[in-house]
Design a protein. Sequence first.
Length: 251
Amino acid sequence: MISGILRPHRIAFLTEWERFISIIFDPNRQLPTPAAKMPSSLPLPTSDDDRTNLSNIGGENLSDQAIKKWCRRVGFGLVNVWLVIHLIGVFLPAFSIPPSPEIVRDLYWSLRFYPQAIYMDHGYHFFGPDPGDSTLLRFVAVQADGTSVRGTYPNRNAFPRLRYHRHFMLTEAIPRVASFDEGLGALQAKTYAARILASTNAESVRLYRVTHRMTSIDRFLAGGRLDDPETYFDEMLGTFAIDDEKSVVRR
């Protein structure tokens, strides 16, 4: 009984779905339209203006149909172009991870803004076969009584664990020391310093960019560890403090 009640609605839905698919994938197809109810008799034109307007009706309809057909073709083409770009943007970040052809990496560098904008660049480099060196942020904060507070971002003991991953993604974006003197690098350094000064109640803080290099296979087989001190290299970014105007400045 229920299927008998729902059958007309299902048929109507399938009919409308077929019309929608036809519009998207076959813009040249002439879709059936409900027949308009024509009046039994039409008024006869009584003046020259009425005859002129009546003769132009067919031309206006043809013009409207041509415009709609052109817009449909243009829209169909734009959708296809966007789909191609979207598919390239989804798969390209994964295929651009070294070792990969240079042409693929160049193509990703040209189109990197799209996958980054739609959050499809999921840190494939970290999980690639050759992730390379990792970047950490080490700090030494000095409080008013001379006590030093030391720490590293990301912190392995961070809870919840998602905080560790978020901090790691931030530190991976830290540029080289030479880039911290101006522009975005200087703004990043002040932002990190302000955060650390606020969380430690310190008067000044020294920031270090730490490069953690991968342990070679030979070193590991010889008894080396992944976290040996010899694999860490520090570069000082500067000393930062809060001035009289409550702004973070570099000393």
